[in-house]
Design a protein around this ligand. Structure first.
Ligand SMILES: Cc1cc2nc3c(=O)[nH]c(=O)nc-3n(C[C@H](O)[C@H](O)[C@H](O)COP(=O)(O)O)c2cc1C
Ligand code: SF4
Ligand code: SF4
Length: 253
């Protein structure tokens, strides 16, 4: 089974390709109430994006919630991770492994897949150029074929693009991101909004709802940026930060 989290579709695409190669069913992590860990599982593969050189809190929380029966089953099968990132993972894989270890579980193998960047909430951060975006996407199928082969072989390989200053980025910046990375009240719509409802539909945690005919953001945002990137008229903004930022949403299947 593949359990994936995805905001703007990169990790969903990676999980789908991997699922097809390995003949594994894919489950979307926010639907966790419908995910059952049973003893028929041969292996478990987590697919998720890198957030601020760490693991998205929603993924760590899922591991935290595994009960003792889930863990008893999972101790008997290999667990793998595949993370998608714009550039680099730093020590996010170690963070994931540590969280598994806290539950008495081990990580068998893990890989990163470089995909188009979707992070736009800080000055200086923007989506990739169209050229870089398509160059990155072109390489994804062969990378997933490689990873699928390794998973079939039960490989213990750990192959990530970590980048420079990994310890500093994961150790210092990730905790700041967790604390200050998102202020849900900064999300708002602009007069360009055509009330299409796409931002409501795309939110993985149902944090966007229609009130008074326009979208409204609650406090449960997990900073996946899907609502910003999916808007067909660039009418979703985060304070003033996203005004001139580009949009990206992976629609590959
Ligand atoms: C909050 C946030 C933080 C991010 N931090 C990083 C990062 O530290 N390193 C990186 O390479 N990409 C980073 N990214 C980019 C995403 O990891 C990348 O675009 C990913 O493939 C998005 O996956 P998704 O489309 O499945 O949501 C970040 C994206 C978001 C939304
Ligand atoms: S409200 Fe937050 S969690 Fe929902 S789509 Fe927007 S950024 Fe993602
Ligand atoms: S996606 Fe954009 S246009 Fe559609 S309802 Fe949301 S803000 Fe309005």
């Amino acid at each position: 089974m593949i359990i994936y989290f995805s905001g703007t579709g990169n990790s969903k695409y990676a999980a789908t390709l991997l699922g097809n190669k390995l003949d594994e069913e894919t489950k979307f992590l926010p639907m966790h109430k419908e995910i059952t860990i049973t003893s028929v599982l041969q292996r478990l593969i987590f697919v998720f994006p890198i957030y601020s050189w760490g693991v998205p809190p929603i993924v760590l929380n899922y591991i935290d919630r595994l009960n003792s029966e889930d863990c008893r089953i999972l101790k008997e099968i290999p667990i793998f991770m595949v993370c998608t990132c714009g550039d680099e993972t730093a020590l996010a894989p170690e963070m994931f492994e540590k969280k598994l270890n806290e539950k008495g579980l081990t990580l068998q193998g893990g890989w990163s897949v470089i995909m188009p960047n979707n992070y736009v909430l800080l000055p200086g951060f923007n989506v990739d150029s169209e050229k870089l975006e398509s160059e990155k996407l072109d390489k994804v199928p062969s990378r997933i074929t490689y990873i699928a082969g390794k998973i079939k072989d039960n490989s213990k390989e750990m192959d990530y693009t970590r980048g420079s200053l990994a310890r500093l980025k994961t150790g210092l910046v990730y905790p700041l991101f967790k604390k200050w990375g998102i202020f849900p009240s900064k999300w708002h719509w602009t007069p360009e909004c055509v009330r299409c409802g796409k931002c409501v539909k795309v939110c993985p945690v149902n944090n966007v709802t229609f009130k008074g005919g326009h979208p409204t953001w609650g406090k449960a945002c997990v900073s996946c940026l899907a609502c910003f990137h999916i808007c067909p008229v660039h009418a979703v903004e985060y304070g003033n930060m996203t005004k001139n930022k580009g949009q990206y949403f992976c629609r590959k299947k």
